[in-house]
Design a protein. Sequence first.
Length: 159
Amino acid sequence: MGKRVLMVILFCLMNLCFTACSTNNELLKDKMDESVISKIQIVTAMGNPEFGSDSKIITDMEEIIAMVRLFNNAVVAKKVDDSDVVIADASYYYIYIDDEEITKFIFNGNDTTRIWFNDTWHYVTYGESSDTPFKLYKDSKAEVMLVDENLNVIARPNE
């Protein structure tokens, strides 16, 4: 009988350790309310700052809802090995309520499967969806504009 008690205690301790040591891999602890998001500005990876970067400001509610749902279902996975980090500028996804930025996501180049999270690059997946934020950006009907590092609209070179 003593062995059984010891085994039960050992099992309980191991179970407690595993549940206490497990981490929540969700990108967002607090989910965004898609109904209050007014716009999402996406700035693709900028090469030479003199030439700016393509950007879209998404205001269509269907497009906002699709993007917010992706981020709400995003799961952060393992760290990206240094050898797998793409040498590219980051792309940025700014989320706004009215004109106030509430959060920003930073990706390795335009590859939205590699996200800057807790001061390092991690892989990220988007639940059951086969979409990625960059795919939704590409599919968006919003106008493409050229912006500088401060998000100011600029003219294309040679225009």
